[in-house]
Design a protein around this ligand. Structure first.
Ligand SMILES: Nc1ncnc2c1ncn2[C@@H]1O[C@H](COP(=O)(O)OP(=O)(O)O)[C@@H](O)[C@H]1O
Ligand SMILES: [Mg+2]
Length: 383
C-alpha cells in the first residue's frame, strides 16, 4: 500500500472532544491502521468553545479571548497527538487538523454581522511546534473563496470508503454528528473524479437533542436515545418544523450547528414533558435525514450510518422503519480495520491532508458548489 502515515484530528460541532486516527494514505488509496482514540477537551477549553459558539461575533472581536482559546484548542490537540503516538508503533509524517468550528455561514444572506464565512479555531503553528510535525489546516477557506459552501468536505472520503466496502450501489453514507450530512454514490465512476458524487448537510444531527438534554435534563446527551424512546412525538409539530425551505432546497447546501436553535424556543416544545420533547426532536432529526434521502436521484440500496448519532437507537429505529433493511449500522462491516464508524471524520482529516500534499481536489462543484474542483488546506511546518 502506497502512502505515508497521517494523523487526522477532528472535533465536530458536538464539541464532545477530539477524535484522532492514523491512516496510511496517499490521498487516493487508504488503509486504516486501527490506531485511534478519543480525547476529551479540558473543561476550560470546552467552556470557551461553547461561549464562542453562543456568540461568535463577540469572540472574534476580542483578540485576547481569541488567542487564548486558539492556544487551548491547539494544546488539547497536541496532547491528543502525543498520547496517540505513545500507543502506536507508527511514525506519522503529517497531521490533518480540522480545528473547532464556531460559525459557519455559507451564504451570508441572513444579515449576521460576521457575514459569509466559516470559522475554525485552533493555532496550527502551535500544534506543529508542540508535535514536531507539519500540519495541514484551514481546509475550508479555499473552497469558499472559489464560491463553495466550504462544506461538506467528507464526500471524497465517504465515496472512497463506500467503494472499498463494496456495498450495493447506489449507496448513501450518513454521518450523524452535531449536524448530519450525507454522501451519495451512484456508481463506481463517481468515486474517481467527483462526477456522480452528491453531498450535503441534511439538517440537525445530535445538536438539538444534545442542547435540550443540557438545558433541561442535566446530561450531555440522551444515552442510547432512551429518553426519546420513552416519549410520544408530536407529529404535527415535527411537520411544522419540516416545512422550512432548507429541507426542499437543492444541493449544494450546508448548515451552521445553530441553524435550528429556534425549535428549542418553540412554546409547543417547551410545554412538553422532557420525554415527549425529546421524542419530537428525535423524530424531527430522523425525518429531516429521510427527507434528504428522498431528494436523491434514486432510492439507495445501502444507507450506511456513522457518527455518534448512530448510537441513538430511537433515531436509528425511525430510519429503519422508513428505509427497512437498507439501513446498515457501521457495525455491519464487522471488521474495524475496514470501517470504524466513530473515527470516520478523523480519518477524513488524514485523507484530506494527504490530498492537499498531493495537490488533489478536496471538494467538487457537486459537493460544495465551488466553481471548479478545489484543493483546500494550508500547510504549516514545525519550526
Ligand atoms: N450512546 C449514545 N447514545 C446516544 N447518542 C450518543 C451516544 N454516544 C454518542 N452520542 C451522540 O453523538 C454525539 C457525538 O458524535 P460525533 O460523531 O462525535 O459528533 P461531532 O462530529 O459533531 O463531534 C454526542 O454529542 C451524542 O449526541
Ligand atoms: Mg465528536
Amino acid at each position: 500500500m502506497a502512502g505515508s502515515f497521517v494523523i487526522g484530528l477532528m472535533s465536530g460541532t458536538s464539541a464532545d472532544g477530539i477524535d484522532a486516527a492514523i491512516l496510511q494514505t496517499d490521498g487516493q488509496k487508504f488503509q486504516n491502521t486501527g490506531c485511534s482514540g478519543s480525547f476529551e477537551y479540558r473543561p476550560e477549553t470546552r467552556n470557551g468553545i461553547w461561549a464562542a459558539v453562543a456568540n461568535a461575533y463577540d469572540h472574534m472581536h476580542d483578540a485576547l479571548a481569541r488567542q487564548h482559546l486558539d492556544r487551548l484548542i491547539a494544546e488539547d490537540h497536541a496532547n491528543a497527538v502525543l498520547k496517540l503516538l505513545d500507543s502506536s508503533n507508527q511514525s506519522p509524517a503529517l497531521i490533518g487538523f480540522h480545528g473547532q468550528t464556531i460559525y459557519h455561514n455559507p451564504s451570508g444572506s441572513d444579515g449576521h454581522p460576521l457575514g459569509r464565512t466559516t470559522i475554525q479555531l485552533g493555532d496550527a503553528a502551535l500544534l506543529a511546534a508542540k508535535t514536531g510535525l507539519p500540519v495541514v489546516h484551514d481546509v475550508r477557506r479555499a473552497d469558499m473563496a472559489a464560491g463553495g459552501q466550504g462544506a461538506p468536505l467528507a464526500p471524497v472520503f465517504h465515496a472512497a470508503m463506500l467503494a472499498r466496502l463494496a456495498v450495493d450501489l447506489p449507496a448513501v453514507l450518513v454521518n450523524i454528528g452535531g449536524v448530519a450530512n450525507l454522501t451519495w454514490v451512484a456508481n463506481q465512476t463517481g468515486v474517481k473524479d467527483g462526477a456522480g458524487l452528491i453531498g450535503f448537510d441534511t439538517g440537525p444531527g445530535n445538536a438539538l437533542m444534545d442542547d435540550y438534554m443540557r438545558l433541561y435534563c442535566d446530561a450531555d446527551f440522551d444515552k442510547d436515545g432512551a429518553l426519546a424512546a420513552s416519549g410520544i412525538a408530536d407529529t404535527t409539530l415535527v411537520d411544522v418544523w419540516l416545512d422550512e425551505p432548507y429541507f426542499t432546497a437543492d444541493w449544494p447546501k450546508s448548515l451552521d450547528r445553530q441553524a435550528f436553535q429556534h425549535c428549542l424556543d418553540d412554546a409547543r416544545l417547551l410545554a412538553k414533558a422532557p420525554a415527549d420533547a425529546m421524542a419530537s426532536l428525535a423524530l424531527f432529526t430522523a425525518n429531516s435525514i429521510a427527507a434528504a434521502i428522498d431528494q436523491l436521484p434514486a432510492p439507495p440500496q445501502t444507507i450506511l450510518i456513522a457518527g455518534g448519532g448512530r448510537r441513538n437507537l430511537c433515531l436509528k429505529a425511525h430510519l429503519q422503519n422508513r428505509f427497512g433493511g437498507a439501513v446498515k449500522d457501521g457495525n455491519f462491516v464487522g471488521d474495524r480495520s475496514l470501517f470504524s464508524p466513530d473515527m470516520l471524520e478523523a480519518e477524513l482529516m488524514a485523507f484530506l491532508a494527504a490530498r492537499h500534499i498531493s495537490g488533489l481536489p478536496t471538494s467538487f462543484p457537486a459537493t460544495t458548489g465551488c466553481h471548479r474542483p478545489v484543493c483546500g488546506g494550508v500547510l504549516v511546518r514545525p519550526v
